[in-house]
Design a protein around this ligand. Structure first.
Ligand SMILES: NC(=O)c1ccc[n+]([C@@H]2O[C@H](COP(=O)([O-])OP(=O)(O)OC[C@H]3O[C@@H](n4cnc5c(N)ncnc54)[C@H](OP(=O)(O)O)[C@@H]3O)[C@@H](O)[C@H]2O)c1
Length: 211
């Protein structure tokens, strides 16, 4: 599969490493231009390129977005129609600036991103796992129940199936927290599953107590 990655930091670069290792093709960008990613591309090899953001969006069957949430309005609004988008962004007001409609509980960071990216099939995912764990805890040898959980939420079941398969291919287990509005809230900073090292089995038990 062709995966476009927007954001090449702690999460984006490690996601690129994992997707390439699983046999996918990756195009990745940051805010400073493709040349700044030369060392990463050299490390990733022939199945990865650094490109400009519009080309990354055109390239990907799936687009993985991992930027500080406060930057989301800098992202293009065009090119996402019908594309599966993974939203790994979290909202931290001290980093991102205050978004009153989120603070007042009227909406969430993922719903704002979805509204910005016209026509995207957005799946919230990879939000609750620390990048060091993303880098090291995937294990394709384990049965799904015993693997570290990566949570997903969204309103498009077909898109969630595609993202769940990608998660399994990199050695984790996808655990669905539901639709974007409410299921997405469960993945936000401060929730009972945020940054917890849970197997899929343990995650399902925590969610059944939470829901
Ligand atoms: N760190 C974690 O363990 C973790 C875990 C789960 C979720 N998250 C969430 O995932 C997101 C990324 O976190 P991170 O730790 O990977 O951040 P990071 O290391 O600071 O990386 C952010 C990346 O976003 C890029 N970027 C910023 N503005 C951009 C724009 N307008 N267009 C394209 N690229 C842009 C940056 O490029 P430049 O460097 O060129 O500016 C950088 O490559 C955040 O929302 C974070 O809350 C983080």
């Amino acid at each position: 599969m062709k995966i476009g990655i927007i954001g090449a930091g702690h999460i984006g670069a490690n996601a690129a490493r994992l997707f390439v290792k699983a046999g996918h093709q990756v195009a990745i960008c940051n805010s400073r231009g493709p040349e700044s990613l030369d060392p990463l591309i050299e490390e990733l090899g022939d199945n990865a390129t650094a490109q400009l953001i519009d080309d990354v969006i055109s390239f990907g069957d799936v687009i993985f977005i991992s930027v500080p949430f406060g930057k989301y309005t800098e992202l293009p609004v065009n090119g996402f129609d019908g594309k599966i988008v993974i939203d790994s962004n979290n909202y931290y007001p001290e980093r991102d600036g205050a978004f009153p409609e989120i603070d007042e509980g009227k909406t969430t960071s993922s719903e704002l991103l979805e509204r910005h990216l016209g026509g995207a099939r957005l799946v919230k995912g990879f939000n609750t796992i620390w990048f060091e764990h993303l880098k090291s805890q995937g294990d394709t040898e384990l049965p799904l129940d015993g693997r570290r959980a990566i949570f997903i939420a969204g309103d498009d079941s077909g898109a969630k199936e595609v993202v769940a398969k990608l998660i399994e291919e990199i050695g984790f287990a996808a655990v669905d927290t539901g639709f974007l509005k409410d299921g997405g809230r469960l993945q936000q900073p401060g929730s009972p599953i945020y940054n917890q090292e849970l197997t899929a089995e343990a995650a399902s038990a925590v969610l059944s107590r939470t829901l």
